[in-house]
Design a protein around this ligand. Structure first.
Ligand code: NAD
Length: 500
């Protein structure tokens, strides 16, 4: 039965190897339910072998010249560009998002690869001359050793590329644990990375779920862990790996609110909201899932609903699709269950996207754009991250009231304001406690010269992925204070006091 289904390989010491595991799960096309591959849950021996290979490779990789490391990423970005269409097709098949959106997923990762190629400009120490007579102090930013990355299903290209290129470019070796739901595009990206010249052992991949993640959190040879995923799992990873003395950065769940002021450009704003709420079927960590309509903007619900109705729900491979399927049957059932609870808990269902007709894809995990009005804290659809194409509308009398609502929500991943008032925008950026802030920009994901961030329940650890911050995360600062004696130096004899 499973004989003809391809298997997803592990990557250990430069070789793509078949796992000896007895535990496997299918990788399923969410539009058709076709089983595309089987992915193993790696055994403890396999995980140990991946880490050991990273440890061995670190001995030489850490001393490889900056330019030699950087040139691999120059080659790598070229290979990703050349294979963009194939990468997007694999991604859409296993994850469901539309082909253009899949290309966007790869492209946003590609930008981090380009950034990694310029690492020599970022991994610079500092020097202070003559901190005392004849004494200089300077710093070295040295790689840590074997680092690990644990990634979610929703950006299977971009998020692995947030991690291993920056870790490896700064001189570390890496063990990646991709999402078990859609590991195939990640593996194709790893093949291209080896083709670009990443040496054996520098990049390793193990597959699995909870056990594999716990093994990485516990292993003494893993020095740092980057995690992106839900708040529940991220908090567990942060606590467990920190207790084991590792550096940890966790980018976690969200409930992203937008404020719409009555002076906003209505057409631009409603288009932006519909795209950000329903694009990728709402399965972006930066999706807008709550819109707070301020004052007169509360009258815009019908027009927003009309826009949402125009979006086409279909398989991601079909031309003109706006909203693809959810990643799994379980995800569809969960989202449908939350819609049911929204109705039961008293919100007004102004657009019901449940069970849309999608000819040719009757088995797909589709939920169409769904809008609730009159949503309040305490309702499950407000308190939980739905991670589906469900938009909650709430009202506020003033900007202050809207800001207060957002700051009371435990999550602080992304937010946006739509307004033509500079004063309102400035007040918003000053007072809001959220990591990514958009001003008339619905999904303000920072480009790699900055770093991704997050507040409160959306992030643990102080340094973000990519950008300057991740260079600090993936390196240990050594501070060296040096004095050189020459023949003219007069001996001061023994001094037992701390010098003033
Ligand atoms: P998830 O937390 O279920 O899974 C993330 C990773 O953790 C996967 O590799 C998975 O195998 C592993 N995992 C799952 N259960 C585990 C357990 N019990 N113990 C240890 N490891 C476990 O997340 P997901 O459903 O794949 O992704 C969606 C979530 O990710 C959403 O909450 C979304 O907001 C969040 N996300 C956040 C960002 C960000 O930058 N803040 C970006 C993308 C996604």
């Amino acid at each position: 039965m499973t004989a003809n289904i391809p298997t997803v390989k592990l990557l250990i010491n430069g070789q793509f190897v078949e796992s000896k595991s007895t535990q496997w799960r299918p990788v399923v096309n969410p539009a058709t339910q076709e089983v595309l591959a089987r992915v193993p849950f790696a055994t403890p021996d396999e995980i140990n072998a991946a880490i050991a290979s990273g440890k061995e490779a670190f001995k030489t990789w850490r001393k490889t010249a900056i330019g030699a490391r950087a040139r691999i990423f120059l080659k790598y970005q070229q290979l990703i560009r050349e294979n963009m269409a194939e990468l997007a097709a694999i991604l859409t098949a296993e994850q469901g998002k539309t082909l253009p959106d899949a290309e966007g997923d790869v492209f946003r990762g590609l930008e981090v690869v380009e950034h990694a190629a310029g690492i020599g400009n970022l991994q610079l120490g500092e020097l202070a001359n003559n901190v005392a007579g004849g004494v200089d102090t300077y710093t070295l930013l040295q790689p840590l050793g074997v680092c690990a990355g644990i990634t979610p299903f929703n950006f299977p290209a971009m998020i692995p590329l947030w991690m291993f290129p920056m870790a490896i470019a700064t001189g570390n070796t890496f063990v990646l644990k991709p999402s078990e739901q859609d590991p195939m595009v990640t593996m194709r990206l790893c093949e291209l990375a080896l083709q670009a010249g990443i040496p054996p052992g520098v990049l390793n991949v193990v597959h699995g779920g909870e056990d594999a993640v716990n093994a990485l959190c516990d292993h003494p040879d893993i020095k740092a862990i980057s995690f992106v995923g839900s708040t529940k799992v991220g908090t567990h990873v942060y606590n467990r790996a920190s207790l084991n003395g590792k550096r940890v950065q966790c980018m976690m769940g969200a409930k992203n609110h937008a404020i719409v002021m009555p002076d906003a450009n209505k057409e631009q704003t409603l288009n932006a909201i519909a795209g950000a709420a329903f694009g990728a079927a709402g399965q972006r960590c930066m999706a807008l899932s709550v819109v707070v309509l301020v004052g007169e903007a509360r009258q815009w619900v019908d027009e927003l609903t009309e826009k949402a109705k125009t979006l086409k729900v279909n398989a991601g491979t079909e031309k003109g699709t706006d909203v693809g399927p959810l990643v799994s049957c379980a995800a569809r059932e969960r989202v449908e269950g939350l819609i049911e609870r929204g109705v039961a808990e008293g919100a007004t269902l102004v657009l019901d996207g449940r069970q849309p007709q999608v000819p040719g894809y009757e088995q797909g995990n589709f939920v169409g754009p769904t809008i609730f009005n009159g949503v309040q804290p305490g309702m499950s659809i407000y308190d939980q991250e739905i991670f589906g194409p469900v938009l909650c509308l709430a009202g506020a009398a003033t900007l202050d009231e809207a800001i207060e609502l957002i700051n009371r929500n435990p999550n602080g991943n992304g937010t946006a304001i739509f307004t033509q008032s500079g004063a309102a925008a400035r007040k918003f950026q000053e007072d809001i406690d959220v990591g990514q802030i958009g001003i008339n920009v619905p999904i303000p994901v920072p480009v790699p010269i900055f770093s991704f961030t997050g507040s409160r329940a959306s992030k643990l650890g102080d340094l973000g992925p990519y950008g300057k911050q991740v260079v600090m995360f993936y390196t240990q600062t050594k501070t060296i204070t040096s004095r050189w004696f020459d023949d003219s130096t007069v001996s001061q004899g023994v001094n037992t006091t701390i010098s003033l």
